[in-house]
Design a protein. Structure first.
Length: 276
């Protein structure tokens, strides 16, 4: 006698597969969350709790490894020695006269040859870059200090390492959703949500770099009004773009101006710990 497969049998197998996927997804999610929570530490400069998956040595190594690619992407280092000397001088003044010199980070300030991209960047652990395009639009040493102080805070506040830890958690949860549901579209939706969350964190980091950057400028003897002038330069460079702030990686320069003004006003009570 030949036995035929029962539809209930197939149904049971599909249900069993779904259960296994669900269990695996839950396990992956739990491991990701536990790993993230266990990475919490206090940043001695900002005093904030952070979730960091890299040690300071690993962070420094990552920055040094990333530096050649960054330089190549923006046309190499500038050949304008006068510009490089200026950036060196301002950067090192900020470090030597502020809390930055008490940290393990290996600060190194460089000018990139890119004459079209108006921007500045900070890599994990200390490498900091400003493009010729942005530097050429700055007219005072205070404005240069505004840009470099902002980028220096990105390093001191370990924003890159924080984003890496957040990305590790997000990727783990996205994987958990995909495994549990067996639906790639669901995982893609989760990925989009994760990216939007990442943008929000990025804007918060930029705001912190502005406000605490004011403290570094004051500690180094620069006029913090220079940072407000930088915002005007960035606003002009954006060409009056009407793109919604929510979908931008940086806060709108017009909105940042108010926050910087508040930071300058509150500096006497908020910036004491940033002195050298």
């Amino acid at each position: 006698m030949r036995l035929s497969a029962s539809p209930y049998g197939y149904s049971s197998q599909r249900g069993g597969g779904s259960s296994i996927r669900l269990i695996l997804g839950v396990v992956i999610a739990i491991i990701s969350i536990i790993s993230y929570v266990a990475s919490r530490s206090v940043n001695p400069v900002t005093g904030e709790n952070q979730y960091l998956s890299l040690t300071p040595d690993q962070e420094i190594a990552l920055g040094l490894q990333s530096e050649p690619e960054m330089v190549q992407e923006f046309g190499g280092l500038s050949s304008n020695q006068k510009d490089q000397d200026l950036v060196d001088q301002v950067g090192q003044t900020i470090v030597s006269r502020s809390v930055a010199h008490t940290t393990p980070w290996q600060f190194d300030y460089n000018v990139l040859a890119d004459s079209e991209t108006v921007n500045a960047f900070a890599l994990p652990g200390g490498p900091i870059f400003i493009t010729e395009a942005l530097l050429s639009q700055l007219t005072t040493e205070d404005e240069v200090a505004g840009v470099l102080a902002h980028e220096t805070i990105h390093v001191l506040a370990r924003h890159s390492a924080q984003q890496i830890a957040s990305s590790d958690l997000t990727n783990g949860l996205i994987g958990a959703v995909g495994v549990a549901s067996g639906d790639a579209n669901t995982a893609q939706t989760a990925a989009v949500i994760g990216q939007l969350i990442g943008l929000r964190y990025s804007r918060d980091d930029e705001t912190q770099a502005d406000t605490l950057g004011v403290c570094l400028m004051i500690a180094a003897g620069y006029n913090p009004q220079g940072m407000l002038e930088v915002m005007q330069v960035l606003q002009n460079a954006s060409g009056g773009s009407s793109q919604p702030e929510f979908l931008e990686t940086h806060p709108n320069p017009a909105n940042r101006i108010t926050q910087i003004q508040n930071a300058i006003q509150n500096a006497p009570s908020n910036c004491g710990s940033y002195q050298g």
